[in-house]
Ligand binder design. Structure first.
Ligand code: PXG
Length: 289
């Protein structure tokens, strides 16, 4: 496998970073998870924009233009002959000292990995997920703002531990006010009486690109889509619940905290949106050429 590191493609065995890299020492950095389908990178520009916004929010200067970054992503896919894959784009603060001060770090480190994608088992898409609410709340917006896709994912890792301990693969995370935020690595949607809702990012959700795409597709299909604060109650009494994410795509949730959702099977609107999403990923995107 070829990895993009410090401005060039190197063999995986040579793709090493310093133990003094602040990405490792402090989780100081930002990242993106991107998908490619049929030789095209899906939503590349949107991912690059979010990466640079995340970097800007943590005062991290990326030593590359957005255009160069897009080209580097495409080059990395090409070098690995990857038509369908998962691209991990990581920007760390770089090598520094054993102290927090980011201004003492040399230069941001840029890492691009283009690998095979590991999906949830098919069975979960056919039958739906069971999730539980976890005790770990999403970060307070005046701490690490949840809109920043930072390398510091301990908040989400702790939530994932609680989910797995409860026998679930995903969980529901609330914000500091007890409102629904999102899952540990996916956004959450609720459908009630044909209206599709999702919490606004101000409630503690990452502004997911799959989420944005699904809202766009749903509106184009004639659905009313709203971003509204919600309580767990809204999920318990929903007709349908589903999660969205680059890796998971659209996956139905059929059980929340042991409340069966709808008739306990993936709902018709969720299935319709999943089909629209699959049509989009297979026809749009930046060509790997
Ligand atoms: N919320 C959180 C907290 C996320 O990290 C999403 C929602 C969905 O956003 P997108 O833009 O992907 O629709 C994410 C992103 C992985 C991995 O396993 C994927 C994500 C996060 C962390 C790790 O590579 N999803």
């Amino acid at each position: 496998m070829k990895i993009f590191l410090s401005g060039k493609l190197v063999d995986e065995k040579d793709a090493v970073v310093s133990v003094f890299d602040h990405g490792l020492l402090y989780g100081d950095g930002v990242f993106e998870g991107i998908r490619s389908y049929n030789g095209r990178v899906f939503l590349l520009e949107e991912h690059i924009d979010r990466l640079y916004d995340s970097a800007q929010a943590i005062a991290l200067k990326i030593p590359m233009t957005k255009k160069e970054m897009s080209q580097a992503v495409v080059e990395t896919c090409k070098a690995n002959d990857l038509a369908d894959g998962y691209i991990r784009l990581v920007v760390t603060r770089g090598k520094g000292t054993l102290g927090l001060n980011p201004y003492l770090c040399d230069k941001a480190e840029i890492i691009i990995i283009a690998a095979a994608i590991k999906l949830y088992p098919r069975e979960l898409y056919d039958n739906g997920l069971k999730i539980v609410t976890v005790g770990n709340i999403r970060n307070h917006p005046e701490a690490i703002n949840p809109r920043i896709k930072s390398l510091n994912y301990l908040n989400n890792v702790m939530a994932k531990i609680e989910a797995i301990n409860a026998g679930c693969m995903e969980c529901l995370m609330l914000n500091h006010k007890g409102e629904v935020a999102e899952a540990s690595g996916d956004n959450v949607f609720v459908i009630k009486n044909g209206v599709i809702t999702t919490p606004p990012s101000s409630c503690g959700a990452l502004e997911g690109l799959t989420r944005n795409k699904v809202m766009e597709l749903a509106r184009a299909a004639g659905y009313e889509v709203r971003e509204v604060p919600m309580a767990r109650y809204d999920l318990y009494v929903a007709d349908e619940v589903f999660l969205t994410g680059t890796a998971a795509e659209i996956i139905s949730v059929v059980d929340v905290d042991k409340r069966e959702i709808g008739d306990g099977k993936p709902g018709a609107i969720t299935n319709q949106l999943a089909k629209l999403y699959h049509d989009a990923v297979n026809s749009e995107g930046t060509l790997i050429a």
